[in-house]
Ligand binder design. Structure first.
Ligand SMILES: Cc1cc2nc3c(=O)[nH]c(=O)nc-3n(C[C@H](O)[C@H](O)[C@H](O)COP(=O)(O)OP(=O)(O)OC[C@H]3O[C@@H](n4cnc5c(N)ncnc54)[C@H](O)[C@@H]3O)c2cc1C
Length: 416
């Protein structure tokens, strides 16, 4: 399918990874028209994964986070407008209105507004020392607070970000308690056995868990947080509290413009939304995935990267689809994990383990009717390509062959 208008002006709302990647791809594909990249934040587009890992730990500097070198935007004639949110989109006349009062006309528009931390209605959440965590500024602030060590830190939320922040805070020598609604952290994402693996890694590093509960109140003194009251009435001392209870897609612009929104901006596999010439990519997009035939919204780096590329190509009228196998990674202490595949297809399946959890070196596979639908390699590097190939192949693989470390992953495909 091709874009019907001749493409002279492309506006990108949201200067994160998806938005900036789209701009880079447009120029890479030879687009010579106008590109306006508009971002609410004051920072040039940056990567978020290091914010809760090496950047927070101080093992990587600010140079680890930019999506493109500072000079790239001017050199490539990208009109980068920072600290100026898009206030509204008017699909009829193809115009975006900026909070600054300016308007920009577009032939194609990409909505790449990402996600916002989910808020909790919690008494005391406005106290100093209480924060959510999403931005470079959040990471700079938290690094300053936790790097001296010796503080009582309470993480509310036992998802990936809460666990990564707990790892960083513990590594700096703070006393960390992690509250999670699930009885086993990450169980909804990767199942109880592997969730328990991550919990055990944290416990070995000194993190205390309060599970099956959450905070009911935050207490303070002179405007500063001093404690967290749990659902069971326990009061945990706290100098720093991070609320990390997930994110919600930032669909405000799309909703106000009348686009179809359902757990994100609804898009087809080419990332085209319900409105003519408007596309969506990254955390905010709920796009049809050709592999499953289902809508997917992914809150991961590779989805924003690949989505930015595909949206750019689609805006130029090329025949492109976001059909890559979803992928994400996490680093916690000495555990480096990569996950490839479809969590919704893996849900409820017993994982097949190759290697041993005790040695912290293994691959977990999830199967549906004998086909691999997801795989997670822990401290076994350079295997994600083979795992993705197994998933893409839809080959039926006996579980005992998957579990056997003597059988190379490539060989499994050849055997099908
Ligand atoms: C701390 C942290 C750690 C992470 N670690 C990992 C990891 O290890 N592995 C992994 O795979 N993924 C990780 N992720 C997820 C990954 O970073 C996200 O999936 C990715 O950043 C999404 O990119 P995006 O461009 O869609 O959205 P975002 O990065 O959220 O960027 C969207 C931008 O749009 C701006 N915006 C919103 N509304 C407007 C508006 N009206 N006008 C203008 N601009 C607007 C926002 O301010 C924001 O800057 C992590 C995320 C966080 C927060």
């Amino acid at each position: 399918m091709t874009v019907e208008r001749s493409i002279q002006s492309i506006v990108i709302a949201g200067a994160g990874l998806a938005g900036a990647t789209a701009a880079r791809t447009l120029r890479g594909e030879g687009f010579s028209g106008r590109i306006t990249l508009v971002g609410s934040e004051l920072h040039r587009p940056y990567l978020r994964p290091p914010l809760s890992k090496d950047y927070l730990l101080g093992t990587a500097g600010e140079d680890a986070v930019p999506v493109a070198p500072e000079a790239w935007y001017a050199e490539n004639d990208v009109d980068l407008r920072l600290g100026v949110p898009v206030a509204a989109v008017d699909p009829g006349p193809h115009t975006v209105h900026l909070r600054s009062g300016d308007s920009v006309e577009y032939d194609a528009l990409l909505l790449a507004t990402g996600a916002l931390p989910r808020r909790m209605q919690l008494p005391g959440s406005g106290l100093d020392g209480v924060t959510t965590f999403r931005t470079l500024d959040d990471s700079r602030r938290l690094r300053e607070q936790i790097s001296p060590g010796g503080k009582n830190v309470v993480m509310i939320g036992s998802g990936w970000i809460g666990m990564e922040l707990a790892a960083a805070a513990t590594t700096y020598g703070n006393h960390v308690t992690l509250l999670g609604l699930e009885d086993i952290p990450l169980a909804a994402a990767i199942g109880p056995e592997l969730g328990a693996f991550f919990r055990s890694v944290h416990v070995a590093n000194g993190v205390r868990f309060r599970l099956g509960t959450t905070a009911s109140e935050l207490r303070g003194d002179a405007g500063r947080v001093t404690g967290v009251v749990t659902g069971s009435g326990e009061v945990l001392p706290a100098d720093i509290v991070v609320i990390a209870v997930g994110v919600v897609p930032d669909t405000a612009l799309a909703e106000a413009a009348g686009l179809a929104v359902d757990n994100g901006i609804v898009a087809d596999a080419s990332l085209r939304t319900s409105a003519p010439d408007i596309f969506a990519a990254g955390d905010v997009a709920n796009a049809l995935h050709p592999f499953t035939g289902q809508q997917h919204r992914s809150e991961h780096w590779s989805n924003a990267l690949n989505g930015g590329k595909i949206a750019a190509k689609s805006m130029l009228g090329q025949d492109a689809q976001l059909d890559t196998i979803p992928y994400f990674y996490t680093d916690q202490y000495d555990v480096s994990m990569e996950y490839s595949g479809f969590p919704m297809l893996a849900a409820g399946a017993e994982p097949v383990i190759r290697g041993s959890l005790a040695s912290k070196e293994f691959i977990a596979f999830w199967q549906q009717e004998g086909r691999v639908v997801a795989g997670m390699n822990v401290n076994v590097p350079r295997t994600q390509k083979a795992i993705k190939a197994l998933i893409s192949s839809r080959a039926t693989i006996p579980a005992d062959r998957l579990a056997d470390p003597a059988v190379a992953l490539d060989q499994l495909l050849a055997e099908d």
